[in-house]
Design a protein. Sequence first.
Length: 195
Amino acid sequence: MNKKRILIIAAVAAGALLIGAAIGAVLNYSEDQFDNQALETLKSTEGRDNHHAVGGNITDNDLKEIMNANAGFNDIIRNNEVTVVNFFASWCDPCKRETPALNEYHIEHQDEPIDIIGVNISDSDANRDAFLEEFEVQYPVFEFEDEDQALADYQVHLMPTTFFVDGEGEIIRAYIGEVSPELVTNYINYVKEAS
């Protein structure tokens, strides 16, 4: 009986040691290593962001300010290393889910050379304004002067769609669907590295 107890205790101790070593390995995996791994994964992806607009220039169409802009659309693009251009509509449920996170991201990164711009698509003024008020949007919001032409040029058909743009206005990456802060950070890092 004593030998059984010793074997059980030894087995439990060995299991605890292995679990502890595994936890230690995960905890020692630095945030930089996670970021680098995410960036490498992003570089090798061709999936959701293989979009017709990539390589085009977002500054080729005229936009008018709706709210929160202290400069014109093209000036905001040129004044930042990376600009996240998020196409949204008030009737879009994923847009409703991602807007608070985009708003928070904008506020947290105001002192960096990045910005978020919302571009409202296919909406009435009343619905757009109610959406912006409901979510207390702090980042600049614009609309295309000629929405039909711009949507054809960029082939934006689904909401939300988000472009990640360099300081020259080139669309480096695009993402169709709801974005998270982690995805935004990874795509911004990709654009910085690609520029």
